[in-house]
Design a protein around this ligand. Structure first.
Ligand SMILES: [Zn+2]
Ligand SMILES: [Zn+2]
Length: 424
């Protein structure tokens, strides 16, 4: 029997991992510069957490969650996104009350959604997120938006555009929903069945419908952005001003609603136009109500999330060349079985000096090992046979220079260091 990775999942092989390290290094560096700390939360949570926070009538909760019962009959789900777990963690551990400054955190990890796999979209995918918890200030919205923007710029993802909107607060959204419903009910029967149901519960979500007829019908609908309360309108103005101060270019797009229940005020997306239908690399928004809703103290918060696969795919599409992973520096070649112990000791000394090294299989020929060095950009080979054991002089081959020296075994490390090996 031959096994296959489950549909919608994939392996990251050694030749591809450098792409991940490339983007992960940028995320780690930039979040550190902004004083964000990494957190890691469980891969599964109570099912109820996602139903409540993401929203019962979202596609994610209705159709895409991996749910299961454990042996005690608890209802659990693999996480479909990251913010719900972060909000749960903050509420449960009461983190927001322990700091004067807002809590600045980020995460990266696997998320799971049962959707139709296509290029750049998987059932298990990697997402990173950046969250600032505890401040209602518009400049913090701008900080989060700017971090995501900077990560994409540093990663050299071409032609990204940033679109922002405000989805209002519960107060102005309730008033707006009445207006929107009036508009929708005029052509109620023309919308898809999903939207007809959403019309009652959560009409704003109809802006997210992928159905062409619905999209066309809703074009002329009143916009949240034109119906913000004074406080929300003021907040949005200040977000825009802060982004201008930070020199982050943006466009206002009143159609950005972000499909999740928990967003308030600011919503934003980073978009590209060369990956077909999947034109958003990620986005986020403010979620002032969520932590209180999950039983924590009322705590304002704002965050972003992005999919790593799409970032990597967009870099591949643009022909970006990822740097190579670090090569092996030294291959130690024992000739026969007698020098195995000396070879292992040599390897350990090299490791102590921060130089990568492995011992070749003693049964393989010197010729094939040198070929291996050539092919894999290994800098040095050290040959140890019976003669070398006796004399204490090892043969060190500089592969690139095609030269060879006899070096006292105590001086091998110094010799290699002075010949341009990268010491870690
Ligand atoms: Zn409002
Ligand atoms: Zn629809």
């Amino acid at each position: 029997m031959k096994y296959q990775a489950p549909r919608g999942t994939y392996d990251i092989l050694p030749e591809d991992i450098r792409k991940w390290h490339y983007i992960e290094d940028i995320i780690r560096r930039l979040t550190t510069l902004y004083n964000y700390s990494e957190v890691r939360t469980p891969i599964f949570e109570q099912l109820d957490l996602f139903q409540r926070s993401v929203g019962e009538d979202t596609d994610i909760v209705e159709k895409e969650m991996y749910t299961f019962k454990d042996k005690k009959g608890r209802d659990l789900a693999l996480r479909p996104e990251g913010t719900a777990s972060i909000a749960r963690m903050v509420a449960e551990r009461n983190l927001q009350s322990s700091t004067r400054e807002p809590l600045r955190i980020w995460y990266e990890g696997q998320m799971f959604r049962y959707s139709r796999p296509q290029k750049g979209r998987y059932r298990q995918f990697y997402q990173f997120g950046v969250e600032c918890i505890g401040s209602p200030k518009p400049i913090i919205d701008a900080e989060i938006i700017a971090i995501g923007w900077q990560i994409l710029q540093e990663a050299k993802v071409p032609d990204v555009s940033l679109e922002i909107n405000s989805v209002g607060c519960p107060e102005c959204r309730d008033k707006y929903n009445i207006l929107l419903k009036e508009f929708l009910y005029k052509d109620k029967d023309k919308y898809c069945t999903d939207c007809q149901r959403r019309m009652e519960q959560n009409p704003l979500r109809i802006f997210d419908c992928k159905n062409k007829t619905c999209q066309h019908l809703i074009e002329k609908a009143p916009r949240m952005l034109d119906n913000l309360c004074e406080e929300c309108a003021q907040h949005f103005e200040e977000v825009k001003n802060s982004l201008e101060m930070m020199k982050v270019p943006f466009i206002v797009n009143p159609e950005i609603v972000r499909g999740l229940d928990y967003y308030t005020k600011t919503a934003f997306e980073y978009k590209i136009n060369y990956l077909g239908a999947q034109d958003a690399l990620g986005g986020g928004g403010r979620y002032d109500g969520l932590i209180g809703y999950l039983g924590g103290r009322q705590t304002p918060a704002v965050g972003l999330s992005m999919g790593l696969e799409r970032i990597i795919l967009s870099l591949e599409k643009s022909g970006f060349s990822f740097s190579e992973e670090d090569n092996l520096e030294v291959l130690i070649i024992p000739i026969g079985i007698n020098p195995i112990q000396a070879s292992i000791e040599m390897m350990q000394k090299l490791h102590e000096a921060g130089i990568s090294a492995i011992v070749a299989d003693e049964g393989s020929s010197v010729g094939s090992n040198l070929k291996y060095c050539d092919k894999n950009n290994v800098s040095f080979a050290i040959l140890i046979g019976d003669n070398e054991l006796k004399s204490g002089l090892y043969v060190v081959k500089n592969i690139k220079k095609k030269s060879q020296s006899e070096v006292k075994k105590e001086e091998v490390i110094d010799f290699i260091k002075t010949h341009e090996v990268v010491v870690k």
